[in-house]
Design a protein around this ligand. Structure first.
Ligand SMILES: O=C(O)C(=O)C[C@]1(C(=O)O)C=C[C@@H](O)C=C1
Length: 380
């Protein structure tokens, strides 16, 4: 069985043009979590991606104490202030003289539905614990279902894996972000430490998500070369199968262990520093220009020597660091690609906007989707 179902079959144009997105982006405000208010300092703060660290309470996946800054948000406020622009607020006032903002990070107010990959106990579930109370988290069986739920307004937030330090991009997420119009409002990075869970040491099958199986490939080849490898929709689904059948072992977070389902081996990922980035998705109206990083999906609908170079140069020319470049087949025909770009720069910055304008001109026969600007949190 393949857990990577629902892959995009064609280059789907975005629901709104890049220009429409640009105008709506300037009218919205960062993630309205309302969990805490922060009075911004009047001084400028250092450039760079805002980063904070949250500790989760074991298997419940709840976020607890946190620290850190909102430097990129503050920079956005400073940029608006110096450009003479108002500060949009949820209360409807222009707020120009009162730079008090709702924190972009933290737990959403109760009752706002967050969807992520289930069943309970996945790494996505743990990452979603940094975003929502456990009671407000609902599970979907595929990444495409999560992106659809957010795009269709059925959920306030979606939490999806985007990239792993060992296995690379989560292609189902890339394809869903090219197919549906959603905003990225936060990035959550969490360490991935896999356990091998089984009711018995005599299992003959290892079941898990393809990403998890790939992250433990060397371990499995060395210790269980004869085991049947079964790809399932999530790590927690593999653990469920292991709980039902002693002939199966699951690879997943060790917090899924019970009295009957033991951790036979811990830390079995092929690199100690295994980590996965998750995107927190919101409806397109919540797309923000505030944040230290930005993501774009570009479909140039063109193919000539040097095209990719031309798409990257506008960022290099302005000193905007590219943190990820990924090409995915458009599905239209062989050799036709959709490009996914992450940059260390916020859309509130002129250099990012200017580079983007050049890219939009290069892709005028296709489309450019601005996923938005966001800050990074490390959850352990
Ligand atoms: O199956 C899970 O537990 C997931 O949350 C999915 C997923 C992924 O797709 O990368 C998330 C983190 C780990 O890298 C392994 C699997």
């Amino acid at each position: 069985m393949s857990a990577r179902s629902g892959a995009m079959k064609s280059a789907v144009p975005p629901a709104a043009s890049a220009r429409q997105i640009a105008s709506s982006a300037s009218a919205v405000f960062p993630d309205p979590v309302g969990a805490a208010t922060t009075t911004l300092p009047s001084r400028s703060v250092r450039a760079g991606t805002a980063s904070r660290c949250i500790r989760l309470n074991s298997s419940k996946g709840k976020a607890s104490a946190n620290s850190g800054t909102a430097s990129a948000t503050s920079m956005w406020m400073d940029a608006r202030r110096s450009a003479g622009k108002a500060f949009p607020s949820r209360t409807g006032g222009n707020g120009a003289a009162a730079p008090t903002v709702f924190s972009r990070v933290g737990i959403l107010p109760r009752g706002m539905r967050t969807v992520t990959l289930g069943p309970a106990g996945t790494y996505s579930h743990r990452a979603a614990g940094a975003v929502a109370s456990d009671d407000d988290i609902e599970f979907r069986e595929s990444i495409r279902d999560i992106v659809d739920a957010v795009a269709d307004g059925d959920a306030a937030r979606g939490v999806v894996p985007i990239e792993n330090s060992i296995e690379g991009s989560v292609t189902e997420t890339l394809d869903a972000l090219a197919a549906r119009d959603v905003a990225v409002v936060r990035e959550v990075i969490t360490p991935i430490k896999h356990g091998l869970l089984s009711r018995s040491e005599e299992f003959d099958t290892v079941a898990s998500h393809p990403q998890a199986l790939a992250q433990c490939r060397e371990y499995l080849d060395e210790h269980y070369p004869d085991a049947t490898i079964e790809a399932v929709a999530s790590t927690a689904r593999g653990v469920e199968l292991a709980a039902e059948d002693p002939a199966i072992a699951g690879i997943g977070h060790p917090d899924n262990a019970t009295d009957d389902l033991q951790v036979i081996a811990a830390d079995i990922q092929d690199r100690r520093s295994n980590a996965t980035r998750f995107f927190v998705l919101a409806p397109p109206a919540e797309r923000s220009e505030a944040g230290g990083k930005s993501s774009f999906v570009v479909y140039p609908d063109a193919n000539y020597p040097g095209l990719l170079l031309e798409l990257l140069e506008p960022f290099a020319d302005r000193g905007v660091n590219l943190t990820r470049v990924e090409s995915r087949p458009s599905g239209e025909h062989l050799g036709d690609y959709v490009f996914h770009l992450d940059v260390d720069g916020g859309l509130f910055e002129d250099r990012t906007q200017d580079a983007l304008a050049e890219i939009e001109a290069l892709a005028e026969g296709g489309w450019v989707r601005k996923l938005g600007s966001y800050d990074v949190e490390h959850v352990v």
